[in-house]
Ligand binder design. Structure first.
Ligand code: M6R
Length: 362
């Protein structure tokens, strides 16, 4: 049942504030973080290894910034297909965390099995509680997104991020990097996400208008710094999957090390830049693109738009959001742009060519 939507993907995008609220209610009780049994004590963990594929991997990429920043916990991330054959040494004090919507992705499951008996703890962040990955972990953490039908993952991504954000706060608390007051404040920020997301979802018409222009492009670049670098990847993957437009993500600072050679008036460059500590850096990279005739679509908030100055091709104005949770909210324009571009091109949004919802063979 598409619930009145034209596609499952659009229904699942719209559902995010409500499924996120479920996840928040499950993990935050009376202002405190509660994990399901057997729980997790981050004082005993020295290092976190996170492994996944596709969109779930980009959730790990965001989470790496969170764990390192707020909990000062060293994090290694890898895509499962590389991790499993790399056979990396897993040293004492390592927790291994696997993220998977389906819980059945062959490479992710094989990576988990590789860590069995080597990692101190095997944690999974999954949508399907009865899946192989959930069953084979010491601590399966459900994301409570509900069934996701669209091949392009949307609500699973933001629910994965929500659970990982809460876990990062728990790690910060256990490791003494946040006191009770700071934990309460951080949890308030996470709890504010569904409300802010509703404002971002109201950008539907705006992104639809922009997408008509994007649909003409053959190549599109996505740029971001910090956690927005991960969102750039997620935006590019979503666009490739359903609109078949070639899209690439780069860390803004990497631009001048090669990819800037691609920039001309035919390549739209989507810059994801909330007004945060890295904003000025990203904007200076954006100006380098504009100086070479690149068409910039800036996704930022009001203050960001003001400071970025004139000359951008188009702007998507996002609601103001705390930098810690911004990656969860900035998933919305990434999803909406891909969705409307695909609709405008007339591709099969829910069942794109060559792709399966769950990749159970390697
Ligand atoms: O079920 P999983 O989360 O393990 O799946 C991982 C990837 O196959 C998946 O995220 C894929 O990249 C999606 N089609 C992205 O939209």
């Amino acid at each position: 049942d598409k619930g009145g939507h034209k596609h499952f993907m659009s229904k699942e995008i719209a559902e995010q504030p409500s499924v996120l609220t479920n996840a928040l209610g499950y993990y935050i009780k009376n202002g405190k973080i509660e994990l399901p049994d057997p729980g997790l004590d981050f004082t005993k963990i020295e290092r976190l290894t996170m492994v996944a594929c596709g969109t779930a991997y980009y959730a790990c990429l965001v989470a790496k910034y969170w764990f390192e920043q707020v909990a000062r916990l060293p994090v290694e991330i890898d895509v499962a297909s590389e991790f499993r054959y790399r056979e990396p040494p897993i040293t004492k004090g390592t927790a291994a965390l696997f993220v998977s919507q389906s819980g059945e992705t062959a490479d992710t499951l094989a990576a988990l099995r590789y860590c069995e008996g080597k990692a101190d703890k095997i944690i999974s962040v999954v949508n399907v509680p009865e899946s192989s990955i959930a069953r084979e972990s010491d601590l399966p953490l459900p994301i409570l997104a509900g069934t996701e039908i669209g091949v392009a993952s949307t609500k699973a991504f933001t629910c994965q991020l929500t659970v990982l954000a809460i876990l990062a706060i728990k790690a910060a608390q256990d490791r003494g990097h946040m006191d009770a007051k700071q934990v309460a404040e951080a949890l308030e920020q996470v709890k504010s996400v569904p409300g802010i997301m509703n404002h971002a979802l109201a950008l539907g018409e705006r992104t639809k208008a922009v997408s008509r222009n994007l649909a003409e492009a053959r190549d599109i670049l996505f740029l971001g710094r910090g956690p927005m670098y991960a969102l750039a990847h997620e935006g590019a993957l979503k666009l490739k999957e359903i609109s078949y437009i070639h899209a690439e993500a780069y860390a803004s600072g990497e631009l001048k090390h090669g990819p800037i050679a691609l920039v001309d008036e035919h390549v739209p460059v989507i810059v994801m830049a909330p007004r945060d500590a890295l904003f000025d850096k990203t904007i200076s990279n954006m100006q380098e693109v504009m100086a070479r005739g690149g068409k910039v679509l800036l996704i930022t908030d009001e203050q960001g738009a003001k400071e970025a100055g004139p000359g951008v091709w188009d702007t998507i104005l996002m609601p103001e959001v705390d930098p810690f949770v911004a990656p969860i909210v900035y998933a919305i324009p990434a999803q909406l742009l891909a969705y409307h571009t695909a609709v405008s091109k007339g591709t099969d949004v829910d069942q794109p060519r060559n792709l399966a919802k769950s990749v159970t063979v390697e």
